[in-house]
Design a binder for this molecule. Structure first.
Ligand code: ADP
Ligand code: MG
Ligand code: ZN
Length: 615
């Protein structure tokens, strides 16, 4: 299960937003076309083309006031019933024309302005493009404002910031299942916002900032909304990534305005989601991040600026507390951290119940089973599983969600949807079956209990060829060295089975190898389970929430020894797995045959075959 679904893509935050570029491009194109085509056309419409005969007639009638003769044409101004119009006609070899003009007293050298109406021409060449720019600009602002609507703030062109009113989407603590410790620490904040007097009298100051920390999807955003809902105060919400993305060049100003608004509405809550986008350690990384630093500095200043008893509480959420600038975390700013953890078995049951309440479902749903199948899933994933189950029920024409819908959607969410048309060759199918049975058999022999909920060799879109769904009967917090070693043996079981049965090894074990290596390395460098080093921390850093790797914290020679020990531990586990499988070769064959035949085997069937209860 990877936990990075919620990471911000903060790479391109300093570029001009793409739609804006399009708008500018289109605007410039329109103006060029306008000046090339429309304006000349418009003026040519103004100049009336007449015949030479008409021209002469007009002169006779005394209507012509000015004439300008060029090499190719004659331009003249004609006054007719008080209306002036500019006309042109062709050149005809007519020597008597000058004399005729003189007789009528017409000024024939007069330059006739090419653009007859100065005002109109200015309007056309400059006014219209400016108007177009203006309209497009308004459209951009509107789009931006719409996008900002979610954050409840109006950014472009004045106007006051809108307050996110919790009424529309009101959340309460009931909507957040589990997370009892977190709720407990937030109750005080809610109480303070409801009766600040009580605290003022004693002289107690409310914490200014509370940082919600936890892996993606654990309900940080949800929790912040619930606090606002419980306290029933205005809630200003903005996401850190929006600060840098939308407010190019305006980050610091926006922070100031946000706090001005908040101060006016106190008591209230300001929520900054994904604060790590602006709150990263200053001076870390390459290149300058002036914009972000200014925004962060402004935020720090604002947090110092208002007095403790103003009644503005700042909540912020992040899944990367380790990258935050220390200045943000010092007392007087985000001095309180509330941790949200991935839910345990009971937590998962509670979350499933919350989300199942919103859909129509059969009364006898085995929530416990689903919760046990989803060890390690976040609240967001569980919500998704329930929704997926509801969709599945609709698709199959049912009017209620059943346990099997939920179980199926667990697989979809966790292992990717079943790939209908991926065909494994017969030989591949055998290898995959033995590989998966290898894992399960090692696990079963270690504990003597059903190690799996289900094994399947139906390929998944995630790319996994086979898939073993493990069931943890009880959730463990502490693992002994023996547990860790047994886990390694299970991880090695797949590859070991391949080697025993087919006397060859395949690429199918790469994921197992990765996991085994990480575990063995942690045993040596973090858990103090190494014979050579004992209780010595050899690796530091890394973000446990996002599964980032740390770095060696020792001399290169020691690092080499660590690598050697990791190799030895894995090699020992591999031999152990091979031993278990060799001893149970006939059972392994029996189980694999069954799996190849049925493609799916349940934990119960697995144990029946293993203990000889079947056939
Ligand atoms: P985060 O901000 O920590 O990444 P969110 O608050 O956005 O996670 O959670 C996403 C969704 O997951 C929520 O809208 C909710 O439906 C579900 N969820 C997460 N945690 C819980 C929980 N403890 N109880 C109920 N639903 C939860
Ligand atoms: Mg969130
Ligand atoms: Zn495997």
């Amino acid at each position: 299960m990877n936990g990075t679904d919620n990471q911000n893509n903060s790479d391109n935050r300093r570029k001009i937003p793409r739609p804006m570029l399009y708008y500018y491009g289109i605007a410039i194109l329109i103006i060029i076309l306008f000046n090339w085509l429309i304006v000349p056309w418009f003026f040519s419409m103004q100049v009336q083309t007449t015949t030479y005969f008409e021209f002469i007639n007009s002169i006779e009638a005394g209507e012509v006031t000015k004439v300008h003769i060029t090499d190719t044409e004659i331009n003249y101004v004609r006054k007719e019933n008080g209306k002036t119009c500019v006309c042109k006609t062709g050149i005809v070899d007519n020597p008597s024309l000058p004399q005729m003009l003189q007789e009528k007293g017409i000024d024939y050298g007069a330059e006739i302005p090419e653009k007859p109406n100065m005002l109109l021409s200015i309007l056309l060449t400059y006014g219209v493009p400016v108007l177009i720019f203006f309209l497009i600009g308004r459209k951009i602002n509107k789009t931006m404002a719409n996008r900002m609507g979610a954050a409840g703030l109006n950014i472009y062109g004045g106007g006051s910031a809108k307050v996110y009113t919790p009424d529309s989407d009101k959340k309460s603590f009931e909507d957040v299942a589990g997370q009892d410790e977190a709720k407990e620490s937030l109750v005080e904040i809610i109480d303070y916002l409801n009766n600040p007097k009580k605290y003022e009298e004693i002289g107690a100051k409310c914490p200014k900032g509370v940082l919600l920390v936890g892996p993606p999807g654990t309900g940080k955003t949800l929790m912040a909304k619930a606090v606002a809902g419980e306290a029933n105060v205005p809630f200003f919400s903005i996401s850190g990534s929006e600060f840098v993305e939308m407010f190019v060049g305006r980050g610091a100003a926006r922070v100031r305005e946000l706090f001005e608004q908040a101060n006016k509405k106190a008591p209230c809550i300001v929520f900054i989601d994904e604060i790590d986008t602006i709150g990263k350690k200053r001076d870390s990384g390459f290149g300058s991040h002036d914009e972000r630093e200014q925004t962060l500095n402004q935020l720090l200043t604002e947090m110092d600026g208002f007095e403790g008893n103003k009644g503005v509480v700042i909540l912020a959420a992040t899944n990367r507390p380790n990258v935050l600038d220390p200045a943000l975390l010092r007392p007087g700013r985000f001095d309180r951290q509330v941790r949200l953890e991935l839910p345990d078995l009971m937590g998962r049951e509670a979350i499933l119940e919350v989300h199942l309440k919103k859909i129509k479902r059969k009364a006898d749903i085995d929530v416990n089973l689903i919760a046990r199948m989803t060890a390690g899933a976040s609240g967001a994933q569980l919500a998704n599983i329930v929704n997926e189950a509801a969709l599945r029920a609709v698709r199959s024409g049912k009017d209620r969600v059943t346990t099997s819908d939920l179980a199926e959607s667990v697989e979809v969410i966790i292992a990717g949807a079943e790939k209908k048309n991926a065909i494994l060759s017969k030989e591949e199918k055998r290898i995959v079956a033995y590989h998966e049975i290898g894992h399960a058999l090692v696990a079963a022999k270690q504990t003597g209990a059903a190690p799996v909920q289900k094994i399947t060799i139906v390929p998944r879109t995630s790319g996994a060829l086979g898939y073993t769904m493990q069931v943890d009967e009880s959730e463990k917090v502490l693992y002994s060295k023996k547990d860790a070693y047994q886990r390694l043996e299970v991880l090695c079981g797949g590859r070991a089975a391949e080697e025993i049965v087919f006397d060859m090894i395949t690429t199918g074990a790469s994921n197992d190898i990765e996991k085994a290596t990480e575990l063995a390395k942690n045993m040596v460098t973090r858990y103090g389970m190494s014979e050579t080093f004992g209780m010595m921390a050899l690796e530091t850093g890394g973000n446990a929430y996002l599964g980032e790797a740390g770095h060696y914290n020792c001399s290169p020679e020691t690092a080499r020894l660590v690598d050697e020990e990791v190799r030895d531990i894995i090699a020992k586990a591999y031999e152990g797995a091979k031993g278990i499988l060799s001893e149970n070769r006939s059972k392994m064959d029996e189980l694999a045959e069954y799996l190849i035949d049925k493609e799916t085997i349940s934990g119960q069937e697995f144990m029946d075959i293993l203990e000889g209860r079947k056939n």
